[in-house]
Design a binder for this molecule. Structure first.
Ligand code: DX5
Ligand code: ZN
Length: 226
């Protein structure tokens, strides 16, 4: 099996917002890959997450440092309306939930037109079948291991099957999308999905990265070894 380098995506939702500048600088200095910014509208999910202003802030901070990539996870109804703003604010990858738009393929095309990477993010109950026609225009596919909207939930084991299907499908169709997990990324889950299901990317929350005894750099080194 061809093992790829892990794509590690700290979930900014977990940051103490009063220290955002310091925390992002520390994350910048650790070997992370992509900041994961959760946008919520209180309707698609029953919560409010980060805002476009916070995305801009992270863009500014990291551009003054390690210039990391930023993704935006849009837990929003009709994200098409906001994709341009999110791109302007500095997101490199824009993830939409297919069920949040009547014609999600048009939103993916808009993201491409804006020169950004396209992302599809699947809820635990969203099937491969329902999105497979869009996979040729998708750069990143994220599967939720938890119901969306809140951090710190337990990985739902039945979602494992979807990772296997998405990995097999990209091989069968010769597609190059990256495969990532959002939600419930514990050591055991990462170890299993990385070694057995070819999942290269992980959104990191409190389980392995935030509020740990060790600093970010040490946690990231540990996670790279899982
Ligand atoms: C959940 C968010 C996640 C969240 C993941 O809806 O999309 O980014 O931070 O939660 P954890 O990693 O804490 O399970
Ligand atoms: Zn997310």
């Amino acid at each position: 099996m061809d093992i790829q380098r892990k794509i590690l995506c700290p979930s900014i939702l977990n940051l103490a917002i009063d220290n955002i500048q310091e925390e992002v600088k520390k994350l910048d200095a650790a070997d992370i890959d992509i900041y994961h910014v959760d946008l919520m509208d209180g309707t698609f999910v029953h919560n409010f997450g980060m805002s476009i202003r916070e995305l801009e802030m992270i863009r500014r901070i990291t551009d003054g440092g390690a210039r990391k990539m930023i993704d935006c996870h849009m837990m929003v109804m009709n994200p098409h309306r906001y994709v341009e703003k999110v791109a302007e604010a500095g997101a490199d990858i824009i993830y939409i939930h297919p069920e949040s738009e009547l014609v999600p393929s048009a939103t993916l095309e808009l993201i491409q037109m804006l020169g950004k990477k396209t992302g599809l993010i699947l809820n635990p109950c969203t099937s491969l079948e329902s999105v497979k026609d869009m996979l040729p225009i998708t750069d990143y596919v994220m599967v939720m291991g938890v119901n969306p909207g809140f951090a710190g939930r337990d990985f739902m084991p039945y979602t494992r099957e979807k990772f296997l299907e998405l990995d097999q499908y990209r091989k069968k169709k010769n597609l190059n999308y990256h495969l990532l997990l959002d939600g419930g990324a514990t050591r055991a889950v990462i170890t299993d999905l990385y070694h057995n299901c070819n999942v290269e990317g992980y959104v990191l929350g409190k389980q392995e990265l935030f509020f740990q005894k060790d600093d970010y750099a040490a946690c990231v080194r540990r996670i790279r070894g899982f």
